[in-house]
Write a protein of this length. Sequence first.
Length: 238
Amino acid sequence: MPGYFRRLISLRLNPPRLIPFGLIPAAILLLAVSAPVLAAAEETPEAALRQVQTAIDTNDAALLEKYVDVGRIAQRGVDAFMSDLVARPPKAVSGGGETLPLLAMLSSAVQSGAQSQTAQTVKMLVAEETRKFVVWGVASGNFSGKPVKKERKATDGGLFSPLFADASVSRKELRGVKSVARDGDKATASVMLFDHGSERAYPVDLALTRREAGNWQVTDVTNAAALISAIRKEAENR
């Protein structure tokens, strides 16, 4: 059987290349590791602003503080508010109840020197009260238009809580996000904040920063001074 012997000699000279069974899992693992991995979609500043609105709509204060540096913005806002008080002291006819004396006290504290210990302490207290008011507004459901908790009383806050007695606690809505510009880990955006209580829309200019965790966070309201001045004038003209 010459044909049989030829095949036998051929097999001995050229044995089939078999893959040992034990190498199969290693080969699969190697393929899995070397295969291209689809990275998670990078979050954008626009997506972060949508998350801010989601936090408001779902009464999620923790989500709000992930996407908004509430404490820093409160501090910056108080700085602008104090500067406006110095430039335009509260009118004797404005305010009511405890509000006017508090405004006068704030104005006096800052006029004693913006960097004085008294001014810095007052700023810190007002900033903290502002932060608590914003967080309460979201957590309570008032800012979503679906209250789930009782009204906030002056006694729920600190010494300066009466400053927020006349503040609108109605639904807040970000409208018309536009002019988003990104430069590395920094971004800017312009939005319209509509207050369903006063039925007024306020143009808000925002600065955002991308955090180490990958999410974008609103870290500043760059037109805070203009907003505070306009809102004070509105209150005085009511």
